[in-house]
Design a protein around this ligand. Structure first.
Ligand SMILES: *Cc1c(COP(=O)(O)O)cnc(C)c1O
Length: 416
C-alpha cells in the first residue's frame, strides 16, 4: 500500500472504519503511465462503471480522450462531474428516455447494441436533429473469439451467446441500411467490440487484431470508410498477484503496429478495472477472532456489502494486517492462534467472506488490528449491496499527497 494509505489506515479511529481510501496521486501516476504506453493515435476512454466517483473521474481526466457511460444515470453523473470530456453511450437495453436525454446532451457517439436500438435511435435523432449534424454510431458486435484469446478470461461478453452486441450475421444488412441513406440522421462512424475481461496483453492484442480485421473486411465489402474501431476494455487485473500489472507497453507497441497498418482508422480502448483497481483500498479493523471446527475466523467491521468484489469474482481479496498495540477496552482482546485465518464481514450469510485462509503475520492478529484490502478501486463499493443488514456506510477518503493544501481529503464524507 502507499505511504498515504498506510498512514491513514492507522490514524482513523475505530468509529471511522471501515473506510475506502483512494490515493489520487497514485491513480494519476498509473494513468499517466498507461497513456504514455499507448500510441498517440490510439484513444483512451474510461468505462465509468468501474468506479464513477467524481474525484476519480477528475483525477483521470488529463489522461483520457473520453468516457464510456452505460446508462442514463451514468451519463448525467459523468456529464456533471467532468463536463468537458466526450462521452460514448453504450450498454444493452437503452430506453427511449435515456437516448432522448443523451441526444439532448449532445453525446458524441452511440454504441448501438441491436437493430431495434438502431431504429429507435434513428427516430429519436430525427426529432432532435440539429441541421447539418448527424449522430455518430458505432455498431457493437458480438464477434467470435479465438479459443486461445479466451483462455484465462474471467468473464466473456462475446464469442458465445450473450445479450451483448449485435450478432455478426446481421452486420451486412445494418451497414447497408446505414450507408444506403435509410437513416438520414445517423452516420456510421465505426465498430465497437468488448468481448472479454481479464485478458493479458498478448490475448488482448489478438482480440484487437481480429476486431480490426473483421471491421476492415466489413467496410471493404460495402465500399465504405470506417473512421474508428473501439476494441473495448477487459485488461486483466490479477487479484492473486496484486503487484502484477497488465503489460501496457507491449499492448501499446502492438496497437501501434495495428494502427500503422490501418492509417485511416482511429483505434480506441476503453478499460475500466485496469485503470482504477489499484488506487483504492478498503480499510477496516478486526472486531472478533473465533475458532470454529478447527479453523479460525477474523470478523471485521464491514464486509462484502461494501466490498462485494471477492464474492462476485470468487477470489480472496488481497489484504495486509496492520497491528495496533493499543487496546482501550476493559474486556479481553481476542487473538488468533493458528497461522491461517479467514477474514469475514458482519453479514449473516456464509457468503460474506473477504479472504480465505490468509497468512497470519508473525506479529499475530488480534481484535483491534487493522486489515487493509487492496485492489478495491474498481467494481468494489459501487457494485455492492449496501443496504443489506443496514450497517453504516463506510467513510470515503480521497488522499492526494500532491495537493497537501487542505483540499487533500474529503474528510471521511459519506457518499452514496
Ligand atoms: C465494462 C465494460 C468495459 C470495461 O471493462 P473492464 O473489464 O473494466 O476493463 C468496457 N466496455 C464495455 C462495453 C463494458 O461493458
Amino acid at each position: 500500500m502507499t505511504p498515504a494509505v498506510y498512514e491513514r489506515a492507522l490514524s482513523l479511529t475505530s468509529g471511522e472504519l471501515p473506510s475506502y481510501l483512494y490515493d489520487l496521486a497514485a491513480l494519476r501516476e498509473h494513468a499517466a503511465a498507461v497513456r504514455a504506453a499507448l500510441p498517440d493515435r490510439v484513444e483512451l476512454y474510461y468505462a465509468a462503471k468501474a468506479n464513477p466517483e467524481p474525484e476519480i473521474l477528475s483525477a483521470l481526466t488529463p489522461y483520457l480522450d473520453g468516457i464510456e457511460v452505460a446508462s442514463g444515470g451514468e451519463l448525467a453523473h459523468v456529464a456533471m462531474a467532468v463536463p468537458d470530456l466526450p462521452l460514448a453511450f453504450g450498454g444493452p437495453g437503452k430506453t427511449p428516455e435515456e437516448l432522448t436525454e443523451a441526444l439532448a446532451a449532445g453525446v458524441a457517439r452511440f454504441h448501438v447494441e441491436s437493430a431495434r436500438e438502431l431504429r429507435m435511435l434513428a427516430h429519436l435523432a430525427e426529432r432532435t436533429a440539429v441541421p447539418g449534424r448527424r449522430v455518430g454510431v458505432l455498431l457493437r458486435f458480438n464477434l467470435p473469439l479465438a479459443e486461445e484469446s479466451l483462455r484465462g478470461s474471467a468473464l466473456s461478453m462475446g464469442g458465445r451467446p450473450t445479450p451483448f452486441g449485435i450478432d455478426p450475421s446481421e452486420a451486412d444488412e445494418l451497414v447497408r441500411a446505414l450507408s444506403g441513406g435509410e437513416y438520414p440522421h445517423l452516420e456510421l462512424w465505426g465498430i465497437h467490440a468488448h468481448l472479454a475481461s481479464g485478458l493479458g496483453a498478448t490475448a488482448q492484442l489478438a482480440v484487437a487484431e481480429s476486431v480490426v480485421t473483421w471491421a476492415v473486411g466489413l467496410a471493404g465489402r460495402h465500399d465504405i470508410v470506417l473512421r474508428e474501431v473501439n476494441v473495448g476494455g477487459g485488461m486483466a487485473v490479477d487479484y492473486d498477484h496484486p503487484q502484477a500489472r497488465f503489460d501496457w507497453p507491449a499492448y501499446g507497441a502492438g496497437l501501434a503496429r495495428l494502427s500503422a497498418a490501418h492509417p485511416g482508422l482511429r483505434l480506441r480502448v476503453e478499460p475500466g478495472r485496469a485503470l482504477t483497481a489499484y488506487c483504492g483500498w478498503y480499510a477496516t479493523e478486526v472486531l472478533d477472532v473465533k475458532s470454529s471446527h478447527g479453523e479460525e475466523f477474523a470478523v471485521v467491521r464491514g464486509g462484502t456489502h461494501h466490498l462485494r468484489t471477492p464474492a462476485t469474482k470468487g477470489h480472496d481479496q488481497p489484504c495486509a494486517v496492520l497491528p495496533v498495540s493499543d487496546w482501550p477496552h476493559p474486556w479481553p482482546r481476542a487473538a488468533a492462534r493458528l497461522d491461517r485465518i479467514t477474514v469475514a464481514g458482519q453479514l449473516c450469510t456464509p457468503k460474506d467472506v473477504l479472504a480465505r485462509r490468509v497468512l497470519v503475520p508473525d506479529s499475530g492478529l488480534r481484535a483491534g488490528d487493522r486489515v487493509v484490502f487492496a485492489l478495491a478501486g474498481a467494481y468494489a463499493w459501487n457494485i455492492s449491496h449496501h443496504d443489506f443488514l443496514m450497517h453504516p456506510r463506510p467513510g470515503f477518503h480521497f488522499l492526494d499527497g500532491a495537493r497537501a493544501d487542505g483540499a487533500e481529503d474529503a474528510g471521511g464524507s459519506v457518499s452514496g
